[in-house]
Write a protein that binds this ligand. Structure first.
Ligand SMILES: *Cc1c(COP(=O)(O)O)cnc(C)c1O
Length: 393
């Protein structure tokens, strides 16, 4: 059997291959999440036991309310909601915090969804430049804030910063940025799309006013899912309830939250997140092992003549950007399959997830691979190099 129905093929990438896709590994489902998907797949399945006051995060069976409390504790924050992706978390924060024309400080490596969240709220992004190590510092953030003040006459209304960026997987000084935010009295949103669910994250300890995470990026959850957490100070603002009254019917909808459109993840998506939560709580304790594995891989990768790593070294994250212009790309220049020769060779060795056809600079993510898989992966790249007469030290 190859198809679910018609030409919708069965996806078995994770079963048949070693997958090094940059954005997929942290969202790979747990067996429990898969069970939840099947059992709660029907549309409004979580609404069976919904009782007054009729809001998703108040449902007690299955224990959705308890999950919200425990998740907030786990993140060192006071209030949490689930949202359809980190991007919807950004959107809720930005649209609550800024007005038309306001400036929002972001990273020079900010994700496009942060740009869109600001654009949707009619704000303006102001990017903090990277330092010589391609890292955002508190100092550069403070400089940018002063520049914005000089240029526009007012301070920025919000700072959004990615702990690890999606381009290089470098770690940025979010604690330093949080201190600067506090000094200037500007609210600070921590973007944990690449951290929440794979490594320990504590918002209180970081000094964040908002934490945003991605279920399908890093929390072993289906798409679209994400997390928005905040402190008591800001929760009334970002989770404000509806005030609207119908002019004919005089109807009001009480505790429905405006930014959440009332209820968010009403079925299998949320129950799958909940089903993965115990695995998540355990796996974040072993982040150091994941970092060890990527650093082993990088060491072996650099033995191939001409290879470079564009991300900071040593690696602090499993997402890593590689540069093979001095090795595999030279082969691609004259190979009849051009850049595809490299994907062909990887696929033959049951490795997928690199950007197909790319031999110049490309990203990979080793999160969740076993030591055997890591060693196999490193050897596979060295084998391909030797096959094309590239020196391996
Ligand atoms: C993936 C990613 C996002 C978007 O996350 P979604 O959950 O898909 O909305 C935002 N920011 C960064 C840094 C990311 O890597």
């Amino acid at each position: 059997m190859r198809d679910i129905i018609g030409n919708i093929e069965i996806r078995a990438i994770e079963e048949l291959f070693i997958n090094i896709h940059p954005i997929q590994p942290g969202g790979r489902l747990t067996p429990e999440a898969m069970k939840a998907l099947i059992s709660y797949g029907d549309g409004y399945s979580t609404c069976d036991w919904c009782r007054k006051p009729f809001r998703l995060d108040k449902i007690r069976r299955p224990p959705i309310e308890e999950f919200h409390v425990k998740l907030a504790e786990f993140l060192g924050m006071d209030q949490v909601r689930v949202v359809p992706g980190a991007r919807r978390g950004f959107q809720a924060v930005v649209s609550s915090m800024i007005e038309k024309g306001d400036s929002v400080i972001v990273s020079s490596l900010a994700h496009y969804t942060e740009f869109l969240a600001v654009e949707a709220a009619k704000g303006v992004v102001k990017e903090v430049p990277l330092n010589e190590n391609h890292v955002i510092t508190g100092e550069n953030t403070a400089k940018k804030i002063e520049e914005v003040k000089k240029e526009t006459g007012v301070f920025p209304k919000l700072i959004m910063m990615d702990h690890f960026d999606y381009m290089l997987g470098n770690e940025h000084d979010v604690r330093g940025v949080a201190r600067v935010a506090k000094d200037y009295g500007i609210p600070f949103m921590y973007n944990g799309a690449y951290t929440i669910g794979v490594m320990p994250v504590n918002g209180r300890e970081i000094g964040a006013d908002f934490l945003v995470g991605s279920g399908h990026k890093s929390f072993a959850s289906p798409a679209p899912s994400g997390i928005l957490a905040t402190t008591e100070e800001w929760s009334d603002r970002v989770f404000r309830t509806t005030q609207m009254v119908g002019d004919v019917t005089k109807r009001k909808f009480g505790i429905k939250e405006v930014e959440m459109m009332g209820c968010t993840l009403m079925g299998a998506t949320l129950i799958a997140m909940m089903a993965s939560f115990s695995t998540i709580k355990e796996r974040v304790k072993h982040w150091d092992k994941e970092v060890e594995k990527i650093n082993y891989f990088v060491k072996e990768f650099l033995k191939i003549q001409g290879n470079k790593v564009m991300s900071e070294l040593p690696r602090k994250h499993t997402l890593t950007k590689l540069d093979t212009r001095g090795s595999f790309d030279k082969i691609a220049q004259t190979h009849k399959r051009r850049g595809f020769f490299f994907s062909d060779e990887l696929k033959k060795r049951k490795i997928v997830g690199e950007f197909v056809g790319a031999t110049k600079t490309w990203k990979m993510n080793t999160y969740g691979l076993t030591w055997n898989q890591i060693r196999y992966l490193a050897q596979a790249l060295q084998d391909i190099a030797r096959k094309y007469n590239i020196d391996v030290a």
